[in-house]
Design a binder for this molecule. Sequence first.
Ligand SMILES: [Zn+2]
Length: 185
Amino acid sequence: MVTFWGTCLPASAALQGGQSHALATQEFFCRAGYDRQKCEQHIAQLKAVLIQYPVGTPEHWRWVVVPSEDWQPLVQSLHLNRESPAFSDITERETFLEDALFFVQPRRTDELVRHFRTPFDQLLSAAVSHELGHAICHGSSEAIANRVAEQLRSGKHPDCAGNMKSLTPIDELYLHSQSPGFPRF
Ligand SMILES: [Zn+2]
């Protein structure tokens, strides 16, 4: 869909021991021109989050880090919510992440923290687990992505079925919160 990334870091390059198995088929990229050292740093942060969800990472998935200054033109061109710092292309098996998830950027970080009501140090894992929800359930709704994200974060097996008959009060709260304007990734 979008083909502008440049710096390719083979998943096997910076991995050790048990990490290599879980992330063996993942591919990591930063947008062309991205500072190499920063790119490696952010991808290390991303891998540290991904290994927390070993059952959740689909095989052969591509992760792309995009600088904040390029993020708004990108989401606008795709008609996506400008607040969102992450989105996935399920067909192409790709997830795009704004780099404001990785380090504090004065205005944007405040905006994200307020919008998602999530402390900065949890934003990246919140965004990644939500996108994994979409990836694992092949798109699916925001409600199901949120639920699977919750399952991943609490160490449970992801369940895409979304059986409406067995909704817990928390699930219902999630679903009812899905009105337009509710924060979502
Ligand atoms: Zn979503």
